[in-house]
Ligand binder design. Structure first.
Ligand SMILES: N[C@@H](CCC(=O)N[C@@H](CS)C(=O)NCC(=O)O)C(=O)O
Length: 207
């Protein structure tokens, strides 16, 4: 049974999974959720994704939501095909991978996301709060200074091998320039890392 992904092509959380499907060369069907008509807020949708957000995965009746968990499931299920090593198995390498996953979620995305929401997803008629945006940019920039130090010592976030943790940055990272943040291109080690991961064919085909 081919994997069925219920999401919206072009939206960050769906794109995060599409990158991993492409890295692993896994066939899938993308079922576009009719968000314009609030399908994702319906009771039937919430049976699958109780928070009423896209996406979710249906693997022959096995339902999973949260894009990072779905990506992990796909990379683990298809460990032997496509890009290798996205989930390190050695005890210490895996611990460093878990650390990098937490970095992405707690030290990157929880700073990037409010900025993206504040600039790109303002409700109609609500002005962008430029002072708040400047503060968010400067808070994110401090986080990426730390990334620059980490990446001065190793090629990727979990060590010298590419993992899911690196690829999880792509969706939010790609829209930061539109929000007025350019640190992914200006900090030398971050830029080297960002240029490498964002030029991967999986992302070029997804973005
Ligand atoms: N943490 C969730 C976030 C899901 C999420 O925020 N989805 C957004 C699209 S990227 C959505 O469905 N937004 C519609 C809404 O808020 O009504 C995940 O990674 O899957």
């Amino acid at each position: 049974m081919v994997l069925k992904l219920y999401g919206v092509a072009g939206w960050g959380s769906t794109n995060r999974i599409l990158v991993i499907l492409r890295e692993k060369g896994v066939p899938y069907e993308l079922h576009e959720v009719d968000t314009k008509n609030k399908e994702h807020k319906s009771a039937a949708f919430r049976e699958k994704q109780p928070f009423g957000l896209t996406p979710y995965l249906d693997d022959d009746g096995f339902i999973l939501y949260e894009s990072r968990a779905i990506s992990y499931y796909i990379a683990a299920k298809y460990a032997n095909q496509g890009t290798q090593g996205l989930i390190p198995t050695d005890l210490k390498a895996n611990a460093l991978f878990q650390q990098a996953l937490s970095n992405e979620l707690c030290n990157f995305d929880s700073f990037a996301r409010p900025l993206i929401l504040g600039v790109l997803y303002q409700p109609q008629g609500v002005e962008v709060d430029h002072q708040a945006v400047d503060k968010m940019i400067s808070a994110l920039d401090e986080q990426l200074d730390v990334y620059d130090k980490i990446l001065s010592k190793q090629r990727y976030l979990a060590g010298n091998e590419l993992t899911l943790a690196d690829l999880f940055h792509l969706t939010s990272g790609a829209v930061l320039p539109i929000c007025g943040y350019h640190g992914l291109k200006t900090k030398p080690n971050v830029a080297r890392w960002w240029n490498e991961i964002s030029s991967r064919p999986s992302w070029q085909a997804t973005k």
